[in-house]
Structure formats: C-alpha cells, structure tokens
Design a protein around this ligand. Structure first.
Ligand code: IPD
Ligand code: CA
Ligand code: CA
Length: 260
C-alpha cells in the first residue's frame, strides 16, 4: 500500500548517499559550525537535503517536508509530511568515520507509514512500511527480514547512546544515566548516528539504545524500523526534545531501572 512512497524514499536516500560518498574523506567538505563548536554541518548535508527535497517535490508537489537543514517546506495543511535527516552522523562524516546515514520517513496524518535509512559507506539500507516488517538490503544479497535481539539481561547486553549538542550549556547531558547504567551492562557504544543506532536495534546488533534531546528527523524512520522489527520505543524524560529508549520489551524494562 505504501510501496510507491518507500520506493521514492529509497531512490532519494541512494541519491543523497552518492553525494556523501563523493565527498567522504576528501578535502572539500566545507565544514561549518551551527549552534556551537560541537554542532557541525558540511556541504554534503546541504546538497543531500536539496537533492532529496527536489526528488520528493517533483513526484509529490502537494506533500509537506521537514528537513534538518532547510526546515519546513510545502503546505502545512497537507496530510502527507516527509521527515528528512539528510546526513545523520555529521560529526563522524567530518572526521572520516564511516558510520553515517540518510534518514527519510513519510508521515500520513501524523502516523509514520514508510521509512528508509541508508548508510552508504557501510552499504546497508534499512527499510520499513507500516505493517510490512523491517528489512535490510545489502549489495546484491536478497533482502533480509529483521528482528530485534532476544536478550533479557543487561549483564550480557551492549547498549548504544549519545550526548546532546547543547552539553556546553545544559547540564542535563545524559552523563547521569550513563553513570547509573554502566556498571550493569556488558558495554556501551556511542555510534554517532541516531538513525543508525535504531537500525542496529532492529537488526539485533545493539540490544538497547537510549538518547535524550533528539529531533523528529533523527528518529522518525528508525522508530518505524524498530517497531516493524518487533521492538518497542519508550519515551524518556519530558521537556528534553525527543528522548527515547529502544530495544526488545524486556531490555527496555531493565534499562528503565537506571535511565530516565
Ligand atoms: C546527531 C547524531 C548523533 C546524536 C545527535 C544528533 P546529526 O545527528 O544522530 O548520534 O547523538 O544528537 O543530533 O547532527 O549528525 O544529524
Ligand atoms: Ca541527526
Ligand atoms: Ca543531520
């Protein structure tokens, strides 16, 4: 039912991924800072979003679009709204680290119905449509249906997390959660791309993930992919942007003993 929308999301994500591959580890990234020195943007972020927005507008001129770099475009009255993080993991990207992704989701009347997360350097494309399961596409391999991991104890679990860009001015920076949960887990990873973290939950390569102060564009596609892989998304503290925990139901319940 939503397959045509997903096809467009995948084509747009692949086009943005090509732009990112073309500049990656090169000398002409044009790295600039936004809100503070931790918050960087490159020409690949901007050019990726323009390419995605152009492709969506030419196919669905009546749809609205929210992008991290360009903000809101199109009619606010539209039932259809694309939510785009053109390059998730810009810090990694600007350092030459390979974990970065394009995240494109479509909402219909507020509900996410399709999502694609493409990690171009890793050659991993994650997709979901509402009710259709979550899938990993790699190279010429047949698509693989994803399921969240089955662990139930933190002691054997590897969790992902992250730290907000405004950590210089807001002491509510996730270090309290980290200090409480660290003694109880096998290990912690800071992958550097929230959309990719959520895809790792869907594929079971991470057992749990939590983060504070994210934005809609970081999580919109990834949350659908987690749910379609049988996982849960649990809201964390209110008033700190989009703050979530993700994993299978049992691990999320265990995580909630230590994080909030
Ligand atoms: C960031 C990444 C990072 C997370 C930050 C996000 P960006 O997105 O997802 O992992 O910790 O909160 O803002 O800026 O690279 O698109
Ligand atoms: Ca992001
Ligand atoms: Ca981004």
């Amino acid at each position: 039912m939503y397959g045509d929308y997903l096809d467009l999301a995948v084509r747009a994500a692949r086009a943005a991924g090509e732009i990112q591959r073309s500049y990656f580890r090169g000398g002409d990234l044009m790295i600039r800072t936004k809100s503070n020195p931790s918050d960087v943007v490159t020409r690949a972020d901007r050019e990726s979003e323009e390419a995605i927005a152009r492709m969506i507008a030419s196919r669905y001129p009546d749809h609205a679009l929210l992008g991290e770099e360009g903000g809101d475009r199109g009619s606010a009255a539209s039932e259809w709204r694309w939510v785009v993080d053109p390059l998730d993991g810009t810090t990694n990207y600007s350092q030459g680290l390979p974990v970065f992704a394009v995240s494109i989701a479509l909402r219909h009347c507020g509900e996410t119905v399709a999502g694609a997360v493409d990690a171009p350097w890793l050659d991993e494309l994650y997709t979901a449509v509402k009710g259709g399961g979550a899938w990993l596409h790699r190279g010429a391999d047949a698509p693989r249906r994803l399921h969240v991991g089955g662990k139930e104890r933190l002691a054997t679990s590897v969790l992902g997390t992250g730290f907000p860009y405004d950590k210089d001015v807001d002491p509510d920076n996730n270090s309290d959660n980290l200090a409480r949960i660290l003694p109880h887990v096998r290990d912690i990873r800071r992958m550097g791309a929230a959309a990719y973290d959520l895809c790792c939950i869907a594929s079971g390569t991470l057992d749990g993930y939590w983060e504070l102060a994210l934005h809609e564009w970081d999580v919109c596609a990834g949350e659908l992919i987690v749910r379609e892989a049988g996982g849960v998304i649990h809201p964390l503290r209110e008033g700190r942007g989009v703050s979530i925990a993700a994993g299978n139901r049992a691990i999320v319940q265990e995580m909630l003993k230590y994080i909030r």
